[in-house]
Design a protein. Sequence first.
Length: 179
Amino acid sequence: MSEFDTTRCGMALSAPAVLHMVCGKIGAGKSTLTKRLATEPMTVLISEDDWLARLYPNEIHAIADYARCAGRLRGAMAGHIGALLAAGTSVVLDFPANTVTTRAWARGVFEKAGAAHRLHYLDVPDEVCKARLRARNLAGEHPFEATDAEFDQITSHFVAPTAEEGYNVVCYRWMSARN
């Protein structure tokens, strides 16, 4: 194999891999955004909801169930996500980076891989998120449904990113049709 020239023929070197994280309440548009971000070259989408639905069918009925299963999934996926990043593939994580703890987990992944990162923060009012959630529930196309009460309970754990955390944040602020 040493007789081959390993330079790239007419291809520009790609940009470093990026771990894209999303932060936003249920119904803010995280999955819609991640699908758009994943259309970039050399980029893969990993959806927590898809993995949880396949690995734990009919096992997630309460927030405690979600926390247990999501924690297992993060533990199982961290090395794989890091390997993708280290190999030069950008990863869009459709996992809610909605607490300091979950963002710290993602930081450990991208830092260990030597990758760049972006934290996409969707700042959408609760009433808009709830309306979207109700529509999503009615459509029946999402693997998990949540009531308004569950939205409120889950949202009580939500922590918006702060400058002190040191992430490269891209903020998407919801604008009403009247603005």
